[in-house]
Design a protein around this ligand. Structure first.
Ligand code: NOJ
Length: 753
């Protein structure tokens, strides 16, 4: 164990370690060699053990006797606990009572903010604002590190194209290019370029790999995918996080082509370590090593050997490593050198975090009080909420005029808990501002609850035992409905705030039908009969099927679960003090039968043609989605000119400039997200009809125009071919610039190397 070093030496070490220089690495290697030479096999295996302790249960079992295990040197870290007191207490046990005084990692699911909650990741991605996303991760790191944490299980970068899967809420949607940009921004925000800083936390990219492609959208389910699809469409965001220096990675629960990720050598060793050169820690998901028995991979001993040999360094909660590995090594079924490699990676993470010099990382109650929910973080939360909201429809009723008689209705209009959404572990929903509270700060409006979140008893019985917090009103559903309808008759405009209870999103929350809940639909249908204009404000964690609502509502504002400041943010957008800037990062289908539906599909040999029977289409609905990827309206109107190119031929080391003029044709200031897509018209494999390759957010005053230029290089035309070579092929390409993936604003060029 190193002594606390003098200030100058610490500064030098910080410099060396953060620059990741050769000297820094050599110093780290020497330190860890020395430490490991003193460790027993049991102590090394202890480092591979990650039990859960404390306030939160995020899986089916809870670890036992954790404090005792810490004292015996049988844990490398813990998770699900925070606060300065909890961390200081447990770290002190590790530092003062264990033989080798190895400090602990403290992990937690900080997913969209720690205590100040930002919009759910799917919502945040809809901002298409990577600087903003980086700032939210930075703010989360400042709070989490002050609250005793040094490791966050984020970002989740699983590409998700099946909105039945509850976990679409945790990622950046369906697209690899955007997903990669978000992954980078999150890692940069958490780690701040230097893990050693007391204000940085180690990020953990998850869930490797392809968890978002679970069959039928059912959580934890099987994934089967061609390698070409995997490499081109699903793997890039994990790789982007690794290239951004992410310190750790979590293996996913699912099988990939028959082999569970937790013991998948091709993924965890061949791809991750050999091809991508990842040097950080690989942790299993919650009890995933034990679950390999259910996957049919063998008994305790066998699955433990399979996992460690495949490259899972740390065992989250199963305690199979702790109980099985000593005998496996003694029996020669697992080499001690394999344990050494895993142990070294964990010790390296601790070293890089500076834990051997300062295991407590300057944590104190004072620091926590200063950082947590500070005014700047609340302001950022409000900004992020506003920028994430997507205006799906508007016939002119929005923004609202304060002079109108407005009825606010719906169970989410005055709600706290749902605003911060799922995976908001440390967030305190009592501190969130409901829309109704925000409104009342200025003046009062008409209010009627209208309905419960749901009247479906089976659903309530499933959600409430897991903190669902669905409390039916004292009034009967009929009374609630009649009250709202009666008030609507005397209003000029109705704002209905509806959506999913937060427990319907996140882990283990798949749905087979993704419409609004029946009782909420009834409320809308009855309100519609009053003939009053209706604004539907949605809070939900996934795309919903909204065909009826799209036809019958006057405006629809998607707010996701937008966090601590949701109420203030929604108020500002409804009344036009702010613009809804969000653009969808996941396709909204017309109905559940269209799933999976995404913009970058491959053409079939018989593309959709209404006049031909034998073409690829449905008999009962169009192929197109209700709202496409990239879509979202503004309060102003933008026009995008035809695309011009600096040349129609692109050479091997050359570049082209693709330009459009964006004009604000409306009467309000607004922000548009200009999107660049390409289509590779002929290739050695079938290529997507469109692929996002660039985007830029632009704010313009009324009548203002701006030229937007994207640089096209051969690099952005590359893809993995059938032999998995990353290559660009000669031929013709379409280039599209527009404000959604449905744009037909295009021109063409040829790539001639
Ligand atoms: C299970 C989830 O899949 C994962 O995302 C999370 O980080 C762990 N539990 C820890 O809570």
């Amino acid at each position: 164990m190193k002594k606390i070093l003098s200030a100058t030496v610490v500064i030098c070490l910080i410099f060396a370690s953060c620059k990741n220089s050769k000297d820094g690495n050599a110093e780290m290697d020497r330190f860890i060699d020395d430490l490991m030479s003193k460790m027993t096999l049991e102590e090394k295996i202890g480092q591979l053990n990650l039990p859960t302790i404390g306030f939160d249960i995020t899986g089916p079992v809870l670890s036992k006797d954790v404090e005792q295990k810490i004292e015996e040197g049988l844990t490398g870290g813990v998770f699900n606990t925070f606060t300065p007191q909890a961390m200081l207490k447990l770290q002190e046990i590790a530092i003062t009572k264990t033989r080798l005084k190895i400090p602990l990692l403290f992990g937690y699911d900080v997913i969209h903010g720690h205590k100040t909650i930002f919009p759910i990741p799917l919502g945040l991605s809809a901002s298409w604002d990577t600087a903003l996303i980086r700032s939210t991760a930075r703010a989360a790191a400042l709070e989490a590190s002050a609250d005793g944490l040094n490791w966050v299980f984020s970002p989740m970068v699983d590409i998700a194209r099946d909105p039945r899967w509850g976990r679409v809420s945790e990622g950046a949607g369906e697209d690899a290019f955007l997903g990669s940009a978000v992954a980078r921004a999150m890692v940069e925000g958490y780690q701040d370029g230097c893990l050693r800083k007391n204000t940085s936390v180690m990020a953990c990219v998850k869930h490797f790999a392809l968890y978002g492609a679970a069959e039928a959208g059912r959580d934890y389910n099987t994934v089967d995918m061609s390698e070409v699809k995997m490499y081109n469409e699903y793997l890039p965001p994990y790789k982007a996080a690794i290239d951004a220096g992410v310190g750790s990675l979590m293996a996913s629960f699912n099988t990939v082509n028959g082999i569970p990720a937790t013991c998948n050598t091709r993924l965890l060793t061949d791809l991750l370590r050999r091809q991508w050169n990842f040097k950080g820690v690989v942790v299993s998901d919650y009890t995933a090593i034990a679950e390999l028995e259910n996957h049919g991979l063998g008994n305790r001993q066998e699955v433990s050997a399979l996992s460690i040999n495949a490259g899972t360094d740390m065992d989250m909660v199963s305690e199979y490593y702790l109980t099985q590995l000593p005998a496996l090594v003694r029996e020669g079924k697992v080499k001690e050198s394999v344990i050494d490699i895993a142990c070294r990676r964990i010790l390296e993470a601790k070293y890089k975090l500076g834990l051997f010099d300062d295991p407590y990382r300057g944590v104190s109650q004072e620091r926590a009080d200063k950082e947590i929910m500070s005014a700047d973080k609340l302001a950022l939360s409000k900004e992020a909420a506003i920028k994430s909201m997507v205006l799906l429809k508007n016939n002119g009723v929005l923004p609202l005029s304060k002079d109108k008689k407005i009825l606010f209705t719906g169970p989410l209009a005055d709600d706290h808990r749902n605003l911060i959404g799922n995976w908001s572990g440390a967030g305190d929903s009592k501190k969130s501002v409901s829309l109704w509270e925000a409104l009342l700060k200025e003046r009062t409006y008409m209010y009627a609850k209208g309905c419960n979140l749901t009247d479906d008893k089976t659903l309530i019985d499933k959600l409430n035992p897991h903190d669902g917090q669905i409390v039916p009103d004292d009034k009967t559903p009929q009374e609630l409905l009649q009250e709202a309808v009666k008030m609507a008759r005397s209003a000029d405009v109705v704002v209905a705030v509806l959506g999913e209870p937060f427990g319907m999103g996140g882990e283990a929350a798949s749905r087979s039908n993704i419409g609004l809940l029946e009782n909420q639909k009834t409320l809308l249908a009855e309100l519609k009969k009053t003939g009053k204009p209706i604004v539907l404000v949605l809070m939900n964690s996934r795309p919903l099927t909204l065909e009826w609502e799209d036809k019958n509502m006057d405006a629809i504002l998607e707010t996701w679960y937008s966090g601590t400041m949701a109420g203030e943010a929604i108020k500002d957008v409804l009344f036009g003090n702010a613009e809804p800037e969000g653009r969808l990062t996941i396709t909204f289908p017309r109905n559940t039968g269209q799933i999976p539906i995404y913009y970058s599909y491959l053409n079939t040999g018989r593309p959709d043609d209404e006049n031909q029977k034998y073409t690829s289409k449905y008999l009962d609905c169009p192929n197109t989605p209700l709202y496409p990827f990239g879509y979202g309206l503004s309060y102003t109107q933008f026009e995008i000119s035809p695309v011009t190119l600096s040349d129609t031929t692109l050479a091997e080391n050359g570049s082209l400039e693709a330009t459009v003029t964006l004009t604000n044709k409306g009467t309000r200031r607004g922000t548009e997200t200009v999107q660049l897509y390409i289509r590779d018209l002929t290739g050695s494999i079938s290529r997507p009809v469109k692929e996002l390759k660039g985007f830029e957010k632009v704010t313009l005053e009324p009548n203002e125009s701006r030229q937007i230029t994207f640089t096209v290089t051969p690099e952005i035309l590359k893809f993995y071919n059938a032999s998995l070579q990353y290559t660009v092929e000669q031929g013709d390409f379409n280039i599209y610039i527009g404000n959604s993936s449905a744009t037909e604003n295009k021109t063409a060029f040829t790539y001639k190397p």
